[in-house]
Design a binder for this molecule. Structure first.
Ligand code: FE2
Ligand code: FE2
Length: 269
């Protein structure tokens, strides 16, 4: 569930309460909240968002920053209420253990996002070789354009590099928000799943507030779209292991080079 947008006049507490009750009834292994908890990044908004999310009876509730949370130096409040803005966690799932990486793609007071080269080697180190279960990335901004959202001006600015890295690392699921329209892309084995806004009337066109339920087992991934308090409909289904019949030969480093960490000299220097 994404884009709570606590704080504005368009926030609907009744929708969030319904979604939380429904999530608790489902008993999920993971609740992912990829950003825009607030509307303006104010402290009282974060406080209220945490109060709502604390009602989730799930051992793993993972939260990332959204562009609205990055307004008014909101990252400081985010850290106070939710801890680290970026983290890698292992979450127990029926298949074993999922590696879930939460990444802050925001920039202060900008609506567009960026992962940034300084994060690439960290992403690589978390996902490469992980074979105990699904590889999942939480990120607020959209890597791929979402239809039905109007002019696209605030995507992830290094989306190409990030997609290439996700393909290289065979990331299974990307969970994102930001556009307030639920949609799913499956491309080069990476499934990019967008949630709508769960609890605000900041909607686009006729798309109502919603969240996604993802059911993942050894054979398949099924994604349903739920309207809080109003039932669900199927959104997408795939095989658990992507069927990839195409091959891409050039190595990743022909396109993307990771930054060295600060103060680490480049190889050969
Ligand atoms: Fe949003
Ligand atoms: Fe956003």
């Amino acid at each position: 569930m994404s884009d709570l947008h606590v704080g504005s006049g368009l926030f609907r507490a009744d929708l969030l309460e319904a979604a939380i009750d429904e999530a608790n009834a489902l008993g999920p292994d993971l609740v992912a909240v990829p950003g825009d908890l607030t509307t303006e990044g104010y402290r009282h908004e974060f406080e209220q968002a945490r109060e709502f999310l604390s009602r989730l009876e799930c051992p793993s509730v993972l939260v990332t920053m959204g562009n609205h949370d990055a307004r008014n130096v909101g990252y400081r409040h985010f850290e106070d209420f939710f801890g680290l803005r970026e983290r890698a966690e292992q979450v127990r799932v029926p298949e074993g253990e999922a590696k879930v990486v939460s990444l802050d793609s925001t920039k202060p007071d900008l609506d567009e996002g960026e992962v940034g080269r300084e994060h690439y080697s960290w992403l690589d180190s978390e996902f490469r070789g992980w074979n105990q279960g699904p590889r999942i990335l939480l990120i607020h901004h959209h890597i791929l354009a979402v239809p039905g959202t109007g002019r696209d001006q605030n995507n992830l600015r290094d989306a190409g590099d990030v997609m290439a890295i996700l393909r290289e690392l065979r990331v299974d699921l990307v969970l994102a928000g930001h556009r307030h329209v639920p949609y799913v892309w499956s491309i080069s084995g990476v499934r990019v799943v967008h949630s709508g806004t769960v609890s605000s009337l900041r909607v686009r066109g006729t798309m109502p507030p919603s969240y996604n339920v993802i059911d993942l087992d050894a054979d398949s991934v099924r994604i349903s779209l739920r309207r809080p308090g109003e039932g669900e409909e199927p959104l997408a289904e795939f095989s658990r292991e992507p069927v990839i019949t195409s091959r891409f030969h050039p190595a990743l480093d022909r396109f993307v080079r990771y930054d060295m960490l600060p103060f680490t000299p480049p190889p050969g220097a």
